[in-house]
Structure formats: structure tokens, C-alpha cells
Design a protein around this ligand. Structure first.
Ligand SMILES: *[C@@H]1O[C@H](CO)[C@@H](O)[C@H](O)[C@H]1NC(C)=O
Ligand SMILES: *[C@@H]1O[C@H](CO)[C@@H](O)[C@H](O)[C@H]1NC(C)=O
Ligand SMILES: *[C@@H]1O[C@H](CO)[C@@H](O)[C@H](O)[C@H]1NC(C)=O
Ligand SMILES: *[C@@H]1O[C@H](CO)[C@@H](O)[C@H](O)[C@H]1NC(C)=O
Ligand SMILES: *[C@@H]1O[C@H](CO)[C@@H](O)[C@H](O)[C@H]1NC(C)=O
Ligand SMILES: *[C@@H]1O[C@H](CO)[C@@H](O)[C@H](O)[C@H]1NC(C)=O
Ligand SMILES: *[C@@H]1O[C@H](CO)[C@@H](O)[C@H](O)[C@H]1NC(C)=O
Length: 916
């Protein structure tokens, strides 16, 4: 039924009768004069709201693509020209800029220039013929509420642009762990076995990606095609589980290597670089019962580290189903060879339906003063100089500013002489801490001179020939670097600050009728008053200072002592002594003879107790039939006593008597997380932020087990009933360390994970790794979003009663609302729910190698919380820093940081098995 509906939807989308443009589409016809709808139903609007450049007609005539008949071109100056587009922050978009030269300037000089997206260099546009559209495309997660497409730095010809298109995605197909640091720039998107030369796009593709035909003769595009390569196609529908996958028409055609090999040499635009590279496959031939199609991809990676045999039909779960293997991150050259080879036991050759390659483009976060400058220019919506757009310094600076060099430049000079400014001197310029020169002369500025004391580097200030009022602020005299100050020909009044007159600077204040230099007497009097007051103040300050210093010293001593204890606790070498040994009688007293049972876990039963000193405890009693010997038990105790972290339930001590093994923990008042998601309605946590904070706490606890303990501890039984809450609702992980250590293979444990949370690769490998915990944690994240049991008895409406399958179906269909716990208050920001859902899906990937580390998961959770709190994710960097500091530098972190800074992940790639 479900697939039938899907087919219906797919067919409706294909129908040529439906021509209503998708929401989230923006089609800007640069240089156009009127709105029009083109042959495929896209509605174009002219770019005349952007007040720059000139219109021109190309020499080309298109029947149904009027947008290519005009261009906007820009003068050959140093300025960059930016189109600023509104977007929704944190949604994913496709941005496409198209350039059709058409000899619009009748010069036949092929233009060559750069384009940027905000401060991020995008690509160099090089025109090589008159008629062929040059398209540049980026897929990105919108980092702010606007995007600027800028043209700059022409090295030949005249800069121009034909169209700008914006498409909004609503699912997660292009989600990557790197999307906060990298845009994805399109290298190639090919539809193999295409029936014609025409590319496939909207409305076949609802997101209007352009799937180029492998038959079209683009020079140097696909070469070295292996002998025996044939095209196949079908008209049967293909089951595509979610919206953003390649359109049906693309998957219905393919090439197969009948002689056993498929190979293509492709020229990837904008490469070499690190790539997102995926193949899109579906078995569209009817293979006989005795036939198989098995193949290996021998390239694009080299050497073939992944000896994975691809079996499309099996991986996709049948014929005419969709399967998507690929790489999240692989280093590719400009000329990349795809090479698929059948295995010797396969009867058919390899198949390829489509592929997509993106290059990771490092995002430049822009200059330090970008926000201030954006606010400054927004005060002058009419002024031409305020329209330059984009970042003030990057990739090139605005014409009227100069910037320092470096990755995060600052404004060092502003030159707005004679630009007809009116009103007050904009406050923003007083906050540019790197400013050295300020030229605001020759306009109609009114109001008073503001406080420039924030400009500690300023050397030259030109305010002459305006209509400024009021007095000259004394603070100008205290600018340490000031060398030249020009205020002549204004309406300034009052006394000129003496400090300025004494200062060894160029100072022109003529032409201000009401401005005068103070007489000697007055100033002498003032000096006396000032110095008296000054002396008194000094005395006061000294008194206060010495008081504080005394106090500080005192305090510091106390603190030092405190730190020492704290540290010895945290980094204790072997702290067996810190585990208290309890007498059985003591425990019996505390629990009133094991009266109040509060739970039962893999370890045994748990009882509530209260010690003499009033501490409340949870007492875990080993099952009697436990095979564990004394020695193993004491080993565990030693281990447990070494683990201390605020997000791990504290281990207080143990008892081993009369063949009973007992572990004593701090008592957690609010019980398990499971009770708070699925228990009594009154206990339910309805706040999304609270749920995320619990996820954050738990992830920190797990991170400590994985990264902070040596040897590494794998929990092996993470689940929502093993996450406990204290009376302030802080989450702590419990039941850790009750199982074998990473390097202690001989120790056979009784705990083997819980169904619903268990890493599927465990079945094959029979071994737990950190990534097994990550899998379980992914399930917990899905529980937090949905409130569902990991395995539900009631049939979840989809085809699975397993939370992972069910949630995956909905998330990948872009329908996040279907899985959000209805008990949750509707105050959440949907973007933060998306983020958690996406990272949860990464955690529950079938293959361990594709799952993120718990540290990466933690970072995503923190970003999601930030989105909720501030609506931004701008502080991500500082979180990174605290994280790595608190952990020291574990190898994983070093790798991550290194990758971020150097954009080189050569070895860090892996194959994705698909099975979405
Ligand atoms: C472009 O062509 C249109 C009609 O063909 C004409 O009205 C318009 O003036 C031309 N624009 C320029 C800048 O030549
Ligand atoms: C972008 O949004 C702002 C304010 O929301 C609006 O003033 C402006 O016209 C919009 N720009 C475009 C190009 O739609
Ligand atoms: C401008 O382009 C030239 C050559 O195309 C290049 O050398 C230069 O670095 C570019 N400048 C900027 C600021 O991108
Ligand atoms: C490919 O297979 C065909 C027959 O299927 C054969 O005629 C041809 O020689 C083969 N070519 C190569 C290079 O193996
Ligand atoms: C598969 O079986 C069919 C008959 O069912 C036979 O014609 C064909 O040769 C067989 N193919 C192979 C590779 O064994
Ligand atoms: C075919 O060969 C590959 C290795 O080349 C092997 O992994 C696979 O299991 C084999 N399949 C069958 C059905 O024999
Ligand atoms: C976007 O998601 C909604 C469900 O949330 C779905 O109905 C719609 O079809 C999706 N859009 C596309 C183009 O897939």
C-alpha cells in the first residue's frame, strides 16, 4: 500500500500537467526585464531590485529560456558585486549560478573571473565558448539568514551573470558531519544510460538538480568507456524510499559492463579535493534464478582498501529498489576514473545508474568586523557605496575599506570622503578596534563627535568639512596612536581639550567659529581641583586594591588545596583504597534487610538504602548463580573505583562476604530516563531542551569512558534504563564497567547488551567496540525524540516495529514531525530536532566505520542546544576548544582538528553501504 502511494506521488510529480513551482525555489533572471515562466515551469523574476551593473542582450535566441537572452554585467573596476538572497538559516539549499556569454558585449573576449559565496571563495568562472551555459553549483547548510553570490577579480573580459537559482531541500540526503565547516561544490552529476542527450531536471527532479546525460557530448567529460558497455532501461517503477533521492527517470536507465568491466574517466570540475562521492544503483534487469550480479569498485579509491563486493539486489532488498553506496570523504584528482569490475563467480557485469560528486569547499567564516559593517551599511540603504554586499574584506575588500591580512581580517581603513553622508557619525565605526585611518570628511554629517576611545590603533581621523556640532571630546587626546586629526570647517563649539593641543600631532580645527582655546587662569584653577580630586581618588583606589590583594591571596591558598584533591581524584593512578569496603551487616542495616527493591538489572537486584551518615545509596546484589570468582570481582571493584566523572553514577564501595557480591552506588532520586520518557505522564519530560541536556550529560559520561579512561571502557549495555537522573535532573550513566575491558579479552561477561540497542555488527563480529556504544546511544537519541520504546509491541504504522527502521523511514522522507513525541511542548526549534535526528541516524548506521565517535555526537548535541538557546551555532568553535582541553589530546581529537584545519583527510575515507 505504501509503495503504491509512493508510486502515485512519483507519477504525479512526473506529470507534465503539474506546473506549480515548488516552494523554496528562487529564480533570478539577471538583466531580465519582466517575469516569465520557462518551458519547464520555472517562474523567473528579473533582478532589478539589485541596483548595480548594467543590462545587456546576448546574441542568442531561445524559444523558452528567455533568462539566457539577457545578462547583467559589471564595470571593470576593483569592486565586487554581490547578490544577497534571503534564506532560512540551517536549512539545506542548492545554489546555482549560470553564465551564458552569448557575446553580449560584442567583443568576443571570453570573460574569466572569480565567484564567491559570502566570504568563501567558490570557483573561477572561465568562459570558453559563446553558447554553452557554464553552471556552478553549491549544496550547503545555510549558515545565516542570507547568502551572497559575489562576482570579483576579473582577469579577462567583463564580469557578467545570467541567472541565480536557489532550491531548498527538506531531507537529509546531503547531511554530512562536516557541513558546518564545508560547503559542497558540484563536481559531476551524471545520469548513466540516458535515453537522449537532454539532462533530466525539474519537474522530474522535484529539487531541480540537473542530471547530465552520459550521451551528451561535453568535451572531455566521460572517456575511456570500457568495451562491452551497453545501455539498459526499464519503464517499471523503482522503489525510492525518500524524497531527495535521484528521480525515477534517472534510476530507470543504467549502463552495464557486459564484458565484466565498467570504466569511465571523468573530469571533475573544481577538483582535486576531498569529495562526497556516491553511486546510485538499482537492479533493473530481470536476472534468471541461476544468475548473479556481483562486482567490486576498484576505483576511485586507490589502493582498493574496501574489498566490498556489491550486490545491488541484495543490498537494496530486491529488484527495482534503490541502493546508494559511496564515500563521505575521499580524496579525488581532477581526472578521476570510475572502475567497476565483476567478481569471478558473477554471471553478469557491473551496473551503474547514476552518480554524484561534490568537492568539500572550506567555509571562510569571514572578517571580524563583518557584522558591524553589515549593520553600518544597512543605515544607508540608498547609498551606492553601501550596496557592495558580501563580506567587507573577503575574498576581496569593499572599495572604500582596507583590511588587514590573515584568515580573519579586520578593517584598518575607511574612506568615505565626499560621499554625501548625513545624520550622525555611525556608532559602528567607533567599535572597529583595528581601525587605523578614518575618512568621513566632506559630507553633511551632523550631531556630535562620538567617543572614539575604542579605536586604540587609530592614527588618522578626518572629520573636516561637515556640519558637526558640540565640543571636541577629551577622549580624543588619550588615543595612543593618534597622529593626525582634522575637524576644520564644522560647527564645533566649546573649549579645545588641552591634551590635544599639547599632543604632538597634526591638528586642524580652524573654521569652527565657536571653538576656542582655554585661557591660562581657568585652566590653572582646574588643574588644582583636578589634582586634589586625583590624589583622593588615588588613595581610595590604593586602599581598595590592597584589600583585594589580601583577600585574593587568602582565597588562592584555599583554592590550591582544593585543586590538589580534585586532581588526585581525577587522575589517580591506582586508587583501590578509594573504594570503601562495607561489612555485610552495615549494608543490611542500611537497607533494612534488603527491604526496598528499586530495580533489577543485568547484574542482579538493586535495593535502596541509607547509611549512618545519612547518604542515600543504591545497593546492587549479584545474582547468586553468578559464576564470577572473587578475583574477577575485586578486579572490577578496582576498575570501578578509578572511574570518576560527574556524568557517571558514583561508585561508593563494595562488599564481598558469604559468597555475596555487592556494589554500592550513590542513589539517584529521579530514577531512570526510561521512566521519564515512557513512564507515568506526570513524570514525563516535556521540554525538548531538557531532553537534549540529558543527551549531552550522557554523551559526556560515555565520552569519558571511551576517551578518558585507560584502558578504554566500553559500556556494552547502554539503554534508557541505564541512564539515571539525580534530583536536579542531571543525567548520569550507570552500570558501566561491569564487563570486560577493551584489552581484557579473557574475561567473559554476563552482560551482552539489550535487544533493541544492540549493535547489528555485533552479531557478525561477536565483539564490542566503542562504536557499539555509539549505536546504542543513537537508539537512545531516537527515544528522546519520539518517546517510543526501541522495540514496540504496538505496530508502529510503518513497516517495522523497530524504532531505528521506523524513525529512519520518516526522517529520510523529510517528515520529522511524524516521529516527534506528541507529549513534548511545541516550543522546540525544528532545526535542532533535525540535527539530533540526523546524528542519531549516523549513530545507527549498520557499519561501525560509518558511525561517528561519541565526541562527534556530543559536539552535534551541543550545537543543537545552541540552536535552541540562541538560534545560532556561531559558538561552535569555542565548544571545540573546551572539549579538547578537557580531554587532553586523544589521537581522535588530533585527527579531527587536523582535518578541520588542513582540509586533508586522505586516509580517513570509507565506503558507505547504503541501505538507507
Ligand atoms: C534588448 O532587447 C530588447 C528587445 O529585443 C530591447 O527592447 C532592449 O532595448 C535591448 N536592451 C539592450 C540593453 O540593448
Ligand atoms: C530579504 O528580507 C528582507 C527582510 O526580511 C527584505 O527587506 C528584503 O527585501 C528581502 N530581499 C529579497 C531579495 O527578497
Ligand atoms: C585574482 O585573480 C588572480 C588571477 O586570476 C589571482 O592571482 C589573484 O590571487 C586573485 N585575487 C583574489 C583576491 O582572489
Ligand atoms: C567483449 O565481449 C564481446 C562478446 O560479448 C566480444 O566480442 C568482445 O571481443 C569482448 N571485448 C573485449 C575487449 O573483451
Ligand atoms: C541459467 O539457466 C538458463 C535456463 O534456465 C540457461 O539457459 C542459462 O544458460 C543458465 N545460465 C548460466 C550462466 O548458467
Ligand atoms: C563470489 O565471490 C566473492 C569474492 O570474489 C565472495 O565474496 C562471494 O561470497 C562469492 N559469492 C558467491 C555467491 O559465491
Ligand atoms: C518535503 O517534505 C514533505 C513532508 O514533510 C513532503 O510531503 C514533500 O513532498 C517534500 N518535498 C519534496 C520535494 O520531496
Amino acid at each position: 500500500m505504501k509503495s503504491f502511494l509512493l508510486l502515485l506521488i512519483v507519477q504525479i510529480l512526473q506529470s507534465p500537467l503539474i506546473r506549480a513551482q515548488m516552494p523554496g525555489f528562487v529564480n533570478l533572471d539577471c538583466g531580465g526585464t519582466s517575469e516569465h515562466t520557462d518551458d519547464i515551469g520555472l517562474e523567473w523574476i528579473p533582478d532589478n531590485t539589485f541596483a548595480f551593473g548594467e543590462r545587456a542582450n546576448t546574441s542568442l535566441m531561445y524559444n523558452n529560456k528567455k533568462q539566457y537572452e539577457t545578462v547583467r554585467y559589471f564595470p571593470s573596476d576593483e569592486r565586487k558585486y554581490c547578490y544577497t538572497l534571503n534564506v532560512t538559516k540551517r536549512l539545506r539549499y542548492l545554489v546555482r549560478a549560470t553564465f551564458v556569454y552569448g557575446n553580449f558585449d560584442s567583443s568576443s573576449v571570453f570573460p574569466r573571473f572569480d565567484i564567491s559565496l559570502g566570504a568563501t571563495y567558490w570557483e573561477t568562472v572561465g568562459i570558453t565558448n559563446v553558447v554553452t551555459p557554464v553552471m556552478k553549483e553549491i549544496v550547503l547548510l545555510a549558515p545565516s539568514d542570507s547568502l551572497s553570490v559575489c562576482l570579483l577579480n576579473a582577469s579577462s573580459g567583463v564580469r557578467f551573470i545570467s541567472t541565480i537559482e536557489l532550491r531548498q531541500f527538506n531531507g537529509s540526503m546531503y547531511y554530512t558531519l562536516f557541513e558546518a565547516e564545508y560547503f559542497m561544490s558540484l563536481g559531476a552529476r551524471v545520469n548513466f544510460g540516458a535515453l537522449s542527450n537532454a539532462s533530466i531536471r525539474y519537474p522530474d527532479d522535484p529539487f531541480d538538480r540537473i542530471w547530465e546525460s552520459d550521451a551528451a557530448h561535453r568535451t572531455n567529460f566521460l572517456i575511456d568507456v570500457a568495451p562491452g558497455t551497453t545501455k539498459i532501461s526499464t519503464t517499471k517503477p523503482i522503489i525510492i524510499n525518500y524524497g531527495e533521492m535521484p528521480p525515477l527517470k534517472v534510476l530507470q536507465t543504467a549502463v552495464v559492463g557486459n564484458n565484466g568491466t565498467l570504466s569511465y574517466r571523468m573530469y571533475l570540475e573544481n577538483f582535486p579535493g576531498n569529495a562526497w562521492a556516491f553511486a546510485f544503483l538499482a537492479e533493473i534487469e530481470n536476472l534468471g534464478r541461476n544468475e548473479t550480479r556481483l562486482f567490486k569498485a576498484l576505483s576511485p579509491w586507490d589502493p582498493p582498501v574496501n574489498d566490498v563486493v556489491v550486490n545491488v539486489e541484495a543490498s537494496a532488498g530486491g529488484k527495482f529498489r534503490f541502493y546508494e553506496p559511496g564515500f563521505w570523504n575521499v580524496s579525488l584528482p581532477y581526472i578521476t576514473t570510475i572502475l567497476l569490475q565483476k567478481t569471478s563467480n558473477s554471471t553478469r557485469g557491473p551496473i551503474l545508474n547514476a552518480c554524484e560528486f561534490f568537492k568539500y569547499l572550506p567555509i571562510n567564516n569571514g572578517s571580524l568586523d563583518a557584522t558591524r559593517m553589515a549593520s553600518l551599511v544597512s543605515n544607508f540603504p540608498q547609498a551606492k557605496w553601501a550596496q557592495e554586499g558580501g563580506d567587507p574584506c573577503l575574498p576581496t575588500s569593499w572599495t572604500w575599506v582596507q583590511c588587514s591580512s590573515g584568515r580573519q581580517p579586520q578593517i584598518i581603513s575607511i574612506n568615505l570622503s565626499g560621499t554625501n553622508l548625513s545624520g550622525n557619525i555611525p556608532q559602528q565605526v567607533t567599535r572597529l578596534s583595528g581601525l587605523i585611518e578614518l575618512h568621513l570628511d566632506g559630507s553633511s554629517l551632523t550631531g556630535t563627535i562620538p567617543d572614539f576611545s575604542g579605536l586604540s590603533s587609530v592614527q588618522i581621523i578626518h572629520l573636516e568639512n561637515n556640519e558637526l556640532l558640540g565640543s571636541i571630546p577629551t577622549s580624543l587626546a588619550s588615543l595612543p596612536q593618534l597622529k593626525e586629526l582634522y575637524v576644520q570647517n564644522n560647527n564645533l563649539s566649546g573649549v579645545i581639550p588641552e591634551g590635544l593641543l599639547k599632543k604632538n600631532i597634526v591638528f586642524n580645527y580652524s573654521g569652527n567659529p565657536n571653538l576656542y582655546v582655554r585661557s591660562k587662569e581657568k585652566s590653572a584653577l582646574k588643574t588644582i581641583i583636578l589634582s586634589t580630586v586625583g590624589a583622593l581618588l588615588l588613595l581610595l583606589v590604593l586602599t581598595i586594591l590592597s584589600f583585594y590583594m589580601f583577600k585574593k591571596k587568602y582565597k588562592k591558598q584555599g583554592k590550591t588545596v582544593y585543586f590538589t584533591t580534585g586532581k588526585s581524584n581525577l587522575f589517580s593512578e591506582i586508587d583501590t583504597e578509594s573504594a570503601q569496603r562495607f561489612e555485610l551487616a552495615e549494608i543490611k542495616d542500611a537497607t533494612v534487610d534488603f527491604q526496598k527493591k528499586i530495580g533489577k538489572g543485568g547484574f542482579g537486584s538493586v535495593y535502596y538504602g541509607k547509611l549512618y551518615d545519612g547518604r542515600e545509596i543504591a545497593v546492587k546484589v549479584h545474582d547468586t548463580e553468578s559464576k564470577q570468582g572473587v578475583r574477577e570481582f575485586l578486579n572490577e571493584v578496582t576498575l570501578l573505583s578509578r572511574i570518576h566523572h560527574r556524568n557517571l553514577v558514583s561508585f561508593l564501595g563494595y562488599s564481598h562476604q558469604e559468597d555475596t557480591n555487592i556494589l554500592v552506588y550513590e542513589f539517584m532520586h529521579e530514577g531512570t530516563l526510561a521512566e521519564h520518557i515512557r513512564g507515568h505522564p506526570e513524570k514525563k519530560i516535556t521540554s525538548w531542551v531538557k531532553r537534549m541536556e540529558i543527551a549531552e550529560d550522557s554523551a559526556k559520561g560515555i565520552e569519558y569512558l571511551h576517551k578518558g579512561c585507560s584502558p578504554t571502557i566500553i559500556h556494552r549495555d547502554l539503554k534508557s534504563s541505564n541512564i539515571l537522573l539525580d534530583k536536579d535532573m542531571n543525567a548520569k550513566v550507570s552500570d558501566f564497567g561491569l564487563s570486560k575491558l577493551m584489552d581484557d579479552v579473557s574475561h567473559v561477561s554476563s552482560i551482552k547488551g539489550t535487544i533493541g540497542y544492540l549493535d547489528p555488527e555485533y552479531y557478525a563480529a561477536e565483539q564490542f567496540t566503542e562504536k557499539s556504544d555509539v549505536y546504542s546511544f543513537g537508539v537512545i537519541l531516537l527515544e528522546l525524540i519520539s518517546g517510543h520504546d526501541p522495540i514496540s509491541n504496538e505496530n508502529l504504522e510503518a513497516n517495522s516495529n523497530y524504532i531505528v527502521e521506523w524513525a529512519k523511514d520518516h526522517i529520510e522522507n523529510g517528515n520529522i514531525y511524524a516521529i516527534i513525541d506528541p507529549a513534548m511542548e511545541k516550543t522546540y526549534n525544528i532545526q535542532s530536532v533535525w540535527k539530533i535526528a540526523e546524528i542519531a541516524l549516523m549513530c545507527v548506521k549498520l557499519r561501525r566505520t560509518e558511525r561517528p565517535s561519541i565526541s562527534e555526537v556530543l559536539k552535534e548535541i551541543q550545537e543543537a542546544i545552541l540552536i535552541e538557546q540562541t538560534g545560532t551555532n556561531s559558538q561552535v568553535e569555542s565548544i571545540d576548544i573546551t572539549l579538547s582541553n578537557s580531554l587532553g589530546s586523544t589521537p581522535e581529537f588530533e585527527k579531527l582538528n587536523w582535518a578541520r584545519t588542513n582540509n586533508a583527510w586522505q586516509t580517513d575515507s570509507f565506503m558507505q553501504p547504503g541501505l538507507r
